[in-house]
Design a binder for this molecule. Structure first.
Ligand SMILES: Nc1nc2c(c(=O)[nH]1)N[C@H]1C(S)=C(S)[C@@H](COP(=O)(O)O)O[C@H]1N2
Ligand SMILES: [Mo]
Length: 417
């Protein structure tokens, strides 16, 4: 395809280029049974409207499921499964495919018996029922949530074969909730308050310290995702949304918010979710999720299935510091870069979808994507990241991912020097 490096390429020029390089469809054949034979679904009536009160995907999409990594799962009640990024389109993650990370299993909470308490450095300690919370003004906002450990297994070398496993600890949904600011104002925050500590009602009673400024700025107390009640896995009936910051802070099954004047230094912000550097020092309070991207198709679980010709490359980019200004892609391991086409809505701290259409000559490729966010941060190479952070870390790996496309279209996870 000529001019594929021109981002302003017109549709007409593009289609002309496609037709000029390789056919995108086969000429109709008289003996194609998909055309000549009566299929079962045309011969019999289908299911009635009473068959699926809550709809499920086609049985032919049975592969689009969350998966875990057996060697990362010592016990399923304190583990993680991964979003099948290679099976998704657009920027919204369907509720049933949002990765799950929990430390004490999924709490099954009766909303009538659920309370949210605000206590500590406040004028009046308060308790809210779910009904109370729904009487505050609500907002709808789209955000990604990424676990700080996403891509963590790739620090020292290419390891997991599939973007689901290397990058699938991220999801992006529309939340409906009440700005936390309103609830804190109702309780009256004391002038010496500087921090809040959300606490979960699950068996792990997850707690994290969050600066009050962030809480008053854009945190939400959410009760819905993608238009319906939160799923139990995502914290039904209530979770705190901490836009752009690491997933661990987004306490699920939220039952209490304590207001204080200093951080609590609980387990999840001391022995965990701190970044061990060379020489034994650790970075702490690394809350923001840095600019990152990954090519989701092709990828190890989604090989190229045609021989050569017009090929659609697709991927996701995001930043906890704003929105995505630009994504470049390389098909030769980072030697040459071309601007990808970002399509769909661009929200702050939400996933962005990008595409790059190119003419594949059938030879091996080294695919990479590199995102730039609205604050000007550029996604680093793996080597650049290791130069600064060493190799001991798990958390906050936002480096450039490389996929090796073999001659036959198979894809594997590799690293380029
Ligand atoms: N109450 C509670 N909240 C929690 C957790 C938990 O185990 N219990 N896990 C945290 C971690 S480590 C992450 S990455 C996110 C995962 O959110 P998800 O399950 O919606 O993907 O929830 C966070 N909130
Ligand atoms: Mo996490």
């Amino acid at each position: 395809m000529a001019n594929s490096d021109n981002p302003t390429l017109s549709r007409r020029a593009m289609l002309g280029g496609v037709a000029g390089s390789a056919a995108l469809a086969t000429v109709a054949r008289a003996n194609d049974p998909a055309i000549t034979e009566m299929q079962e679904w045309t011969q019999y009536l289908g299911d009635g409207v009473d068959a699926a009160p809550y709809g499920v995907p086609s049985e032919y999409e049975a592969d689009a499921v969350r998966r875990d990594v057996p060697w990362l799962t010592a016990d399923p009640v304190s583990s993680v499964n991964f979003t099948p990024l290679h099976k998704l389109e657009g920027i919204i993650t369907p509720n049933g495919l949002c990765f799950e990370r929990h430390h004490g299993g999924v709490a099954q909470i009766d909303p009538a018996m659920h309370r949210l308490m605000i206590n500590g450095l406040v004028d009046k300690p308060l308790v809210f029922t779910m009904e109370d919370i729904k009487r505050f003004p609500r907002e709808n906002r789209i955000y990604f949530l990424e676990c700080a450990a996403n891509t963590g297994m790739e620090w020292r070398g290419a390891q997991l074969n599939g973007c689901q496993f290397t990058h699938g600890m991220v999801h992006c949904v529309m939340y409906t909730g009440v700005p936390l600011r309103y609830l804190l104002e109702e309780a009256g925050v004391k002038t010496n308050a500087k921090w809040i500590m959300p606490e979960g009602a699950d068996a792990s009673a997850m707690t994290r310290s969050i600066p009050l400024d962030k809480a008053l700025d854009d945190c939400l107390i959410a009760f819905a995702m993608n238009g319906e009640a939160l799923r139990p896995e995502q914290g039904y009936p209530l979770r705190i949304v901490v836009p752009g910051w690491e997933g661990n802070m987004w306490v699920k099954w939220l039952r209490r918010i304590e207001v204080g004047d200093e951080p609590w230094h609980h387990r999840e912000e001391t022995s965990k979710y701190t970044d061990l550097l060379e020489g034994g020092k650790a970075r702490r309070f690394t809350w923001e999720m840095d600019v990152k991207s990954v090519i989701t198709n092709p990828s190890p679980q989604a090989p190229i299935t045609h021989e050569k010709g017009h090929t659609v490359l697709s991927g996701l980019a995001w930043s906890g510091r704003g929105n995505i200004k630009r994504v470049d892609v390389s098909i030769d391991g980072g030697r040459n870069w071309r601007p990808a086409r970002i399509d769909g809505p661009s929200h702050d701290k939400a996933l962005h979808r990008f595409y790059h259409e190119f003419d594949w000559d059938g030879s091996p490729l080294l695919l990479q994507s590199r995102a730039v966010d609205s604050e000007g941060w550029v996604q680093p190479t793996k080597d650049a990241l290791r130069d600064v952070r060493g190799t001991e870390s798990i958390y906050h790996n936002n480096s450039i991912q490389t996929w090796h496309v073999r001659k036959g279209g198979e894809v594997e996870n590799v690293e380029v020097g």
